[in-house]
Design a protein. Structure first.
Length: 423
């Protein structure tokens, strides 16, 4: 009897598809490859709208429509092979043509589908059949930032200066004559990703510099406020300090909200960038710098700036929370002191009322006894005269018993209104 087939995990197919989600685009030989990197607007549904417009472009251009939620889609149109890649917050458009292609902004590759997306990066790789970058091409690069490196353990060579040209494209020259088709395609993809993630990793640096004055002002204001906490001894000054701390907490939270995602993304892109650089298997040539060294000297300080600002934000938030906690403890102690004073006043008032009540009860007993004896004198006047008893003597004998009876009655009434726990 055959065993029943196991049930697949709901994420199994997604995990298997991830291995092939972004396949290497084959570069058959020499050619010119360009890539544009567009950042999506920071609003919900932006990527979905771009994908929908891209589907419309594919339908109008007569190319197959990509599958729903495709993250990489390539197609041929005219003399170009075009590849669209959809990432979390950016889209790359890459196209390959011959070395003599001069069109930097083709109108037939679907750029209109990007709508209000913002261009953050543009690069060009000229793949040539030489084994090394010809010396005649090096003068076209800026000497101050020239990078010439051997790749793939010396079987290829790349040259660049990371300086945008007149069309704002960063130019790379890749000599890949000794590479196989697959290795050439992988190296091209690695170079494209290095420039893409270098740009995205540094996207948080301008924001850090822009928000640094606001963070510094908040730090100074918090320092001044903490120094005044020792003089906050009255409820009014404590409440004023607490309100100021809450205002600083809100401002710090707004800064964290504004910077948190961007800094986290920058760190992630930086990690991917280092991985892609390591995948080039690069070695220095002695001409200019290497890609790893040059990029590390520029990107690492930028990422360190973001990390330092992130740490400052965290420390600032902790300081504010501690100061608020101290003030809350101070307010709690003041409330306990006030409550104790109120309870003491209540106890003193209750004690006074108790003594007053006992005094009133005593006076009431005397008054009731007096009136009760008066009534008895009228009620017993006839019988006493008939029986020849002395009225005054009789009332004198009855007086103690009347007072005792009235006192017992008052005590019984008081006990009937007293809770059992207080008896």
């Amino acid at each position: 009897m055959a065993l029943p087939r196991p049930i697949d995990h709901p994420y199994r197919h997604a995990i298997m598809d991830e291995v092939h989600a972004r396949p290497v685009e084959i570069v058959p030989g020499a050619g010119r490859i360009r890539r544009l990197v567009f950042v999506m607007p920071a609003e919900a549904g932006a990527m979905t709208r771009v994908f929908a417009r891209f589907e419309e472009f594919c339908h109008a251009a007569g190319v197959p429509t990509p599958a729903v939620a495709s993250r990489q889609y390539g197609f041929d149109i005219g003399p170009r092979h075009v590849t669209w890649e959809f990432h979390t917050e950016f889209v790359t458009v890459t196209w390959r043509a011959d070395l003599h292609d001069m069109e930097n902004w083709p109108e037939d590759i679907g750029l209109q589908a990007l709508g209000d997306s913002l261009l953050i990066g543009a690069m060009r790789i000229d793949v040539i059949a030489d084994a090394q970058v010809p010396e005649r091409l090096l003068p076209g690069f800026a000497l101050a930032s020239l990078c010439v490196s051997d790749l793939d353990t010396g079987r290829a060579q790349v040259a660049t200066d990371f300086v945008p040209d007149a069309e704002n494209f960063t130019r790379f020259e890749l000599a890949a004559g000794d590479l196989s088709v697959l290795r050439r395609s992988i190296i091209v993809r690695r170079l494209l990703e290095v420039e893409t993630y270098r740009t995205m990793a540094l996207l948080g640096l301008p924001l850090a510099r822009e928000q640094s004055p606001a963070l510094r002002a908040t730090e100074i204001e918090l320092t001044a406020l903490i120094e005044t906490l020792s003089t906050a001894t009255t409820p009014e000054t404590v409440q004023t300090a607490l309100a100021a701390l809450h205002a600083l907490s809100v401002r710090t939270g707004q800064l964290s909200e504004r910077l948190g995602y961007r800094f986290a993304a920058s760190h992630a892109y930086g990690d991917i960038l280092r991985t892609r650089l390591a995948g080039l298997r690069e070695s220095a040539t002695g001409v200019g710098s290497s890609l790893t060294h040059y990029i590390g000297n520029r990107v690492d300080p930028g990422l360190a700036t973001c990390a330092a600002m992130e740490k400052r934000l965290s420390v600032l938030s902790d300081k504010i929370e501690r100061a608020i906690g101290l003030l809350n403890v101070r307010i709690g102690l003041d409330m306990q002191i006030q409550n104790k004073s109120v309870l003491d006043n209540i106890a003193h008032t209750a004690n006074s009322q108790f003594h007053l009540q006992r005094t009133v009860e005593g006076l009431s007993t005397i008054a009731i006894s007096y009136y009760l004896l008066g009534i008895l004198s009228y009620l017993l006047a006839g019988p006493l005269e008939e029986w020849h008893f002395e009225k005054t003597m009789t009332l004198s004998i009855a007086a103690p018993f009347v007072v005792l009876a009235v006192w017992l009655m008052a005590r019984a009434v008081r006990n009937s209104h007293t809770p059992p726990t207080l008896k």
